[in-house]
Design a protein around this ligand. Structure first.
Ligand SMILES: Nc1ncnc2c1ncn2[C@@H]1O[C@H](COP(=O)(O)OP(=O)(O)O)[C@@H](O)[C@H]1O
Ligand SMILES: CC(C)(COP(=O)(O)O)[C@@H](O)C(=O)NCCC(=O)O
Length: 319
């Protein structure tokens, strides 16, 4: 994993092999039952118990310590400002990385593990696809082939949402995206009601905003984050995972005539493979190279995955 800033080793990261990282679990117990692990798995069943124990338990221990320290600081500030300053400020964790790298799987594992710590029982999860512009707008603006690119999101709505959460407002609602409909759901939303931790997962969460037209600075999404995670894997591996997931969806969800991509279920295997690779190359790989990978160095923690989805190395930003 090459994360060094320069040849003199002035890297902002401390690098760990999987084995080194695993020892940092200390005596954290494994709190999940096998049926809970099964429920956490995404579309396939490859999430291993060793990955949970060696990668995610140490990470949940670290995050629990960080959250505890932040909660103490917040209480100190409340004491300083006086009794009127009530409210609760959720700790926000951003999870970034390519399409198909495993953001939603990782986020769900973290959600389950972090919810077991006494100081953070309530952990909410929001994905940024809910903040994509509706297909009708994307079509009008010629952006249907740019889904996931910065211009395909309603960035002000996402910033507004995060600002409401950080201000301790309750409840706050986030829009929902449906992969089945390939569109945002106009009349549906998810309620986020003052969680202890909010995990925000998406391609774009570490991106810096486009330069403001009026010269006034607008915040970055990640300004609202207390901790930033980037999940990393080589392009060829990501392409394989994307194609595998596409082929599985074709056998399952896309079979439903109501699915936006129902037509893919009627393609031959080789036609479907070619279609998946074409979408990967023209949209998701282009987006990875242009807009996602360049944000990796803004992460506090980088999880580097190998071809079998196992995290092989971890890099932690030194404070
Ligand atoms: N840790 C993991 N172990 C095994 N399979 C995984 C793991 N993480 C993701 N996957 C699989 O890889 C694919 C992409 O994962 P997903 O979490 O949906 O990615 P993303 O949210 O980044 O698009 C899915 O098919 C999922 O089941
Ligand atoms: C919906 C996505 C943009 C991911 O959005 P995110 O939750 O990361 O904001 C992506 O999964 C997607 O659909 N990309 C468009 C190309 C494709 O169909 O794969």
């Amino acid at each position: 994993m090459e994360m060094k800033l320069d040849e003199r080793g002035l890297s902002p990261y401390r690098n760990f092999t999987r084995a080194e990282w695993a020892t940092l679990r200390a005596d954290t117990p494994q709190p999940l039952q096998p049926d809970e692990i099964a429920r956490l798995q995404g579309l396939n069943d490859r999430l291993s118990l060793s990955q949970i124990e060696e990668i995610y338990l140490p990470l949940s221990r670290l995050l629990s310590m960080y959250v505890g320290a932040t909660q103490k600081l917040f209480r100190a500030m409340q004491r300083f400002l006086g009794p009127e300053e009530g409210g609760k400020m959720p700790y926000i964790i951003g999870v970034a990385g390519s399409v198909a790298v495993g953001k939603s799987t990782t986020s769900r594992v973290l959600q389950a593990l972090l919810g077991r710590w006494p100081n953070t029982p309530k952990v909410a999860l929001v994905t940024t696809d809910g903040f994509l512009l509706p297909n009708a707008v994307l079509e009008q603006e010629g952006l249907m082939g740019r889904k996931g690119f910065p211009e395909s999101y309603d960035l002000p709505a996402l910033l507004h949402f995060l600002s409401d959460i950080k201000a301790g407002r309750r409840p706050v609602r986030a829009p929902i995206y449906s992969h089945f409909n390939y569109d945002v759901m106009p009349n549906e939303s998810v309620e986020v009601d003052q969680p202890d931790i909010l995990i925000v997962e998406g391609l774009n969460v570490l991106q810096t905003s486009r330069p403001p037209k009026d010269g006034k600075g607008i915040p970055f999404v990640s300004d609202f984050f207390d901790f930033r995670i980037y999940i990393d894997a080589d392009e060829a591996i990501l392409e394989r995972w994307y194609v595998e997931r596409f082929m599985r969806l074709r056998q399952t969800a896309f079979r439903d005539p109501a699915a936006y991509f129902h037509r893919y279920s009627t393609l031959s295997d080789s036609e479907a493979d070619a279609t998946a690779r074409s979408i990967w190359h023209t949209i998701n790989l282009a987006n990875l190279r242009e807009n996602i990978l360049p944000t990796r160095q803004r992460a506090d923690l980088i999880l580097r995955k190998g071809g079998d989805h196992e995290v092989e190395a971890v890099a932690l930003r030194k404070l």
